[in-house]
Write a protein that binds this ligand. Structure first.
Ligand code: RB5
Length: 148
């Protein structure tokens, strides 16, 4: 199950991703927004991020104008590692090295075909573990307020 979220600016790209997930038979839950009325992205980022952290959804995909604001908001939720990506290599490596559980993209940055490829890379790549797990554990320690 994939958690989706966007603001008004990211909505067209989220719709493209929904079409892609439906073509592939991948289940998703869309946490809004659902209209092009101007809105603030933080609440939608939080709702989708909470679904990932609770285990209700395995991963999440967020869209706003740049992918930046919504990724920053999602990363405020404990346990979220959300990467704003505009290329396939970064999307793949966000999984392989960083065990990213959310991907963010900007509708004003990437076109629909590139976005589909980015999503494919994000969904197909697996975390490598090993020395990267230690680094993820250090990020979690920062979240707990520990000094490294
Ligand atoms: C909305 O205009 C825009 O600021 C927002 O979608 C996003 O790009 C912020 O990071």
């Amino acid at each position: 199950m994939i958690a989706l979220g966007s603001d008004h600016a990211g909505l067209p790209l989220k719709k493209e991703i929904i079409a892609m997930l439906e073509e592939k038979g991948i289940a998703y839950h869309d946490y809004g927004t659902y209209t092009t009325d101007s809105c603030d992205y933080a609440m939608f980022a939080q709702r989708a991020a909470n679904a990932v952290v609770s285990g209700e959804c395995e991963r999440g995909i967020l869209c706003c104008g740049t992918g930046i604001g919504i990724s920053i908001a999602a990363n405020k939720v404990k346990g979220i590692r959300c990467c704003a990506c505009s290329d396939c290599f970064s999307a793949k490596m966000s999984r392989v090295h960083n065990d990213a559980n959310m991907l963010a993209m900007g509708a004003r940055v990437v076109g629909p075909e590139l976005a589909r490829m980015i999503v494919e890379n994000f969904l197909e790549a697996e975390f490598e573990g090993g020395r990267h797990q230690r680094r993820i554990d250090q990020i979690a320690a920062i979240e707990r307020g520990e000094t490294l």
